[in-house]
Design a protein around this ligand. Structure first.
Ligand SMILES: Nc1nc2c(c(=O)[nH]1)N[C@H]1C(S)=C(S)[C@@H](COP(=O)(O)O)O[C@H]1N2
Ligand SMILES: [Mo]
Length: 248
């Protein structure tokens, strides 16, 4: 994107000043329009929303996947389900669906899985590569049967962010049905730790870190996000003005 912007800007400036000597310079032209740069530009600017996020090799996995935001919800409700090894935890799926669901961790584990090694990018300036295993969100939404008027999927989390506000996030149906959008219960071949979102978290790989909701309790299909929280579609969107669409 930066390269492409620079290339376009350079082109525009050259044209505006009538200075086409730069564009005639073969070295410059080759750099700007080399197959590699053109490919990068085409990929980043024209890429369809359903294109895959980059996947990495096992040897590229970060030794530590740091925890950020809530590292333990520590609410009485969360402590109660944690004590049972999450045996008493249920994922509720409701809202604009034909068949509301209540799924246990063992039920989720019996569904077809997807594994992906991806890079998590937090807006606070750190990244980590991890291997996630989980159930495609599509599988769950198909089982519940989205109603015609469903437009967004809202993720309600267990952590209390203060003042009774819980962390939540939302995505549109393009991201919800994206093949790399999974409900992950394992990180780097181990059950998800509390710090990283146990028992279940969202991985929506074409989006920034704050969209990756941890401690999932409930998934709600809605026709509008206006009436959820303060209406901006997520906790940080509501309270810090983060963009709802955090595509990368
Ligand atoms: N429920 C919940 N989900 C959350 C957060 C949080 O505080 N609570 N923080 C978000 C942010 S800003 C980031 S970068 C990632 C961090 O995930 P990690 O702790 O596994 O690194 O989780 C996101 N999902
Ligand atoms: Mo983040």
């Amino acid at each position: 994107m930066i390269l492409a912007r620079r290339a376009l800007l350079l082109g525009a400036t050259a044209a505006l000043t009538g200075c086409d000597r730069l564009a005639r310079n073969e070295t410059v032209r080759n750099a700007l329009f080399s197959a590699e740069n053109f490919h990068k530009w085409a990929q980043r600017s024209l890429m369809a929303r359903d294109a895959l996020a980059q996947e990495f090799r096992p040897d590229q996995i970060s030794p530590v996947f740091r925890a950020n935001g809530t590292a333990n919800p520590n609410t009485p409700e969360y402590k109660a389900i944690w004590r049972t090894g999450f045996a008493d935890w249920r994922l509720r799926v409701d809202g604009k669906v034909a068949r509301p669901l209540s799924l246990s961790l063992s039920q989720l584990r019996t569904l077809p899985h997807r594994e992906q090694i991806t890079r998590h990018d937090c807006v606070e300036g750190w990244s980590a590569i991890g291997k996630w295993r989980g159930v495609p969100l599509r599988t769950i939404l198909d089982a519940a049967g989205l109603r015609q008027d469903a437009r967004y999927i809202v993720f309600h989390c267990a952590d209390d962010m203060g003042g009774g506000r819980s962390y939540y996030e939302s995505i549109d149906l393009i991201d919800a049905f994206h093949p790399q959008t999974i409900l992950a219960f394992a990180l780097n071949d181990r059950p998800l730790s509390v710090a990283n979102g146990a028992p279940l978290r969202l991985r929506v790989e074409r989006q920034l870190g704050y969209k990756q909701a941890k401690y999932l309790m409930r998934i709600e299909a809605v026709d509008s996000i206006a009436n959820i929280g303060h209406g901006k579609g997520g906790f940080w969107e509501d309270y810090a003005g983060y963009d709802w669409y955090a595509g990368i």
